[in-house]
Write a protein that binds this ligand. Structure first.
Ligand SMILES: [Zn+2]
Length: 191
């Protein structure tokens, strides 16, 4: 706990109640490599992504539920290795976490968008879209949360990212939804 507060990078991620936390405060070293599976994702700019197995199954369930409701969710990014996070960070230091501090390195996070009338709706526009609103409301039943809710930067350290979903399992996701700020930090009492 003390190490984590000091921001020391760990070879295995900081974990509370079996929930992995990776952030600027709780970093991992380049030797952390989660076990991953390949998930085929249809027509999303990327043909397949890598995630940890439970997150992969949950993503398929979430995308199928979205499709039933008329939303064609697509995945823009999932697992990112240390080198790819480093490249992403070099490219955009404002919206991207430095290597070691990104949840994408856990294989438990996805960036989503939606295709509507053949057009890709992403970023904040995704958050404002019907698909984004549906995702915010229904992600928890598949075990996902919108990890960085609006107006919670003080708690999460990250500005609003309606596209970034994090798999934490249905029970924890329900717990996060029940907290006043809808943040994982508050649910795990590490805020
Ligand atoms: Zn993301």
């Amino acid at each position: 706990m003390r190490d984590a507060r000091n921001g020391a990078a760990r070879t295995t991620p900081f974990t509370v109640c079996s929930v992995v936390v990776i952030s600027k405060k709780h970093r991992v070293t380049s030797s952390y490599r989660p076990e991953l599976v390949v998930v085929k994702v249809a027509r999303s700019g990327v043909r397949s992504v890598r995630l940890q197995a439970p997150a992969a199954a949950a993503l398929k369930a979430l995308m199928a539920a979205a499709r039933k409701n008329g939303f064609r969710l697509v995945v823009r990014s999932a697992y990112r290795s240390w080198p790819s996070q480093k490249r992403a960070y070099r490219h955009d230091k404002v919206l991207t976490a430095p290597p070691g501090a990104s949840e994408h390195q856990s294989g438990l996070a996805v960036d989503l968008a939606v295709v509507k009338h053949g057009r890709l709706i992403r970023g904040y526009a995704f958050g404002r879209s019907a698909a984004g609103r549906w995702t915010r409301t229904h992600a928890a039943s598949s075990g996902f949360v919108v990890r960085y809710p609006n107006h919670q930067k003080k708690i999460t350290g990250i500005p609003y990212e309606p596209w970034h979903l994090r798999y934490i399992g249905p029970e924890a996701a329900g717990g996060v939804a029940a907290t006043p700020t809808r943040t994982l930090e508050q649910y795990l009492r590490i805020a």
